[in-house]
Ligand binder design. Structure first.
Ligand SMILES: Nc1ncnc2c1ncn2[C@@H]1O[C@H](COP(=O)(O)OP(=O)(O)O)[C@@H](O)[C@H]1O
Ligand SMILES: [Mg+2]
Length: 404
């Protein structure tokens, strides 16, 4: 009896004890949609004005929205789309919005999947495989036209779509209005990739870009506002020390003004404090959060590197152990070749290796800087400045996958 009582007390205490750090952690995850959008009035007004004619039955221009990650593109577009659908349902010209994230597997892996998914969104079910492409296209077309209204198709992360299936599909979409009798289609393409538009076929480029809207990164003050309001919902009162939000905002602003990064920092800092049993989140937890996020990101990107790039990284690590400061492409290439031989991989040219080194640099795994040698031309100096634990972990991943 006595023990039973004790157990009950423990459980009871656990249930009734107020949470120490978080009131609602989910508010800081990417699934959460905030009620208020800060510092994006200009962008919202521009996009809303472009789309407004749809409320009178006219086809709005296609819009190309671009900007670095975490600048609010997805949030803003979905928000405007919802408002538009709501208001249009009260008027004479109903508007339908279809939203697709092209990075989502199973939905936009192939043209077939994408078209079936769009058709399904319009209320027609098609089998997920097996029909001729012409047939599903025709069904999609009929489904669209039977809508008798303006349809706005949001293709988020549109670069992923083009990467998977080329720009033929987009070309067809931008021409579809020539054949539609009753419906009209407008496209909103969104990308984080600032150079994406350059790779498109000129005809696709010009129709996708009838209007374009750039989302510039947030500065520290703006990130501060975004975080402050979210933190009020997420944390119990007094759980955040004063310097935490400014610090998260400043760190994220340094990177590139990424609101997602700022929110991640705040969330992970809270999680770390909670796990350590601290009842206040402090600057120290933010530093640890920064380290953890970097660690996770780099480990994840190392795991998915193509094999050749893994060998290049392996060679850089080998050199970093001995030479530290000024690793050059030529040195990397020598070791790379030896390793290729050892594991039976066909070596690429030094020029290609140069490209792979740039890719590693872009992924943030190494630092490669071009420096001038005065009249002897230019060379690239590679540095590997990650902490020892990350280095060890990367090594383990590489050794595991680089075997004969
Ligand atoms: N202006 C803003 N106000 C409030 N929250 C924002 C704002 N901009 C971005 N966020 C939040 O930051 C995160 C990233 O925004 P998102 O729209 O996904 O960026 P993008 O699509 O440009 O990569 C989301 O959690 C979003 O809710
Ligand atoms: Mg987005």
């Amino acid at each position: 009896m006595e023990t039973q009582k004790t157990i009950r007390n423990i459980f009871q205490e656990f249930i009734t004890k107020p949470p120490q750090i978080f009131k609602n952690r989910d508010v800081l995850t990417s699934e959460f949609t905030p009620e208020t959008i800060y510092h994006r009035n200009k962008e919202i007004n521009t996009i809303a004005s472009i789309l407004a004619p749809s409320l009178k039955g006219a086809r709005p221009s296609n819009i190309f929205i671009y900007g670095l990650t975490g600048t609010g593109k997805t949030l803003v577009s979905k928000h405007i789309a919802e408002e538009l659908e709501k208001i249009s349902s009260q008027g004479n010209f109903p508007v339908k919005v279809l939203y697709i994230n092209c990075k989502m597997k199973k939905i936009s892996d192939t043209e077939y999947r994408l078209v079936t998914e769009l058709t399904r969104m319009l209320g027609y079910n098609l089998p997920t495989t097996g029909l001729p492409t012409d047939y599903i296209y025709q069904t999609f077309f009929n489904a669209l036209d039977s809508e008798k209204r303006i349809i706005i198709l949001i293709l988020d992360e549109i670069d992923a779509l083009v990467e998977k299936m080329g720009d033929e599909f987009l070309y067809n979409l931008t021409r579809i209005n020539q054949d539609l009798k009753q419906a009209k289609l407008s496209i909103i393409g969104i990308t984080n990739d600032l150079h994406f538009i350059e790779i498109l076929d000129p005809r696709v480029k010009s129709s996708l870009r009838e209007e374009e809207v750039l989302f510039i990164p947030y500065n520290a003050t703006q990130l501060h506002d975004i975080l402050k309001h979210r933190a009020q919902l997420a944390f119990v009162e007094e759980a955040l020390s004063e310097e935490v939000i400014p610090k998260c905002a400043a760190l994220a602003a340094q990177e590139h003004g990424d609101a997602r990064r700022a929110l991640d920092l705040l969330r992970v800092a809270g999680e770390i404090a909670e796990r350590m049993g601290d009842n206040k989140v402090t600057e120290k937890h933010v530093d640890m959060a920064q380290e953890k996020i970097d660690y996770d990101r780099i480990i994840e990107s190392t795991k998915v590197l193509p094999k050749q790039t893994k060998v290049v990284l392996w060679a850089i690590l080998e050199l970093a152990e001995t030479k530290r400061d000024d690793i050059q492409t030529g040195d990397v290439y020598d070791i790379y070749q030896k390793k290729c031989k050892e594991i039976g991989l066909y070596p690429l040219t030094q020029r290609r290796i140069s490209d792979l080194i740039s890719e590693l640099d872009m992924a943030g795994i190494i630092n490669a800087k071009v420096t001038s040698l005065g009249r002897y031309g230019r060379t690239r100096v590679i540095m590997f400045n990650l902490s020892e634990p990350i280095k060890q972990k990367i090594k383990a991943i590489l050794n595991e996958s680089l075997v004969v």
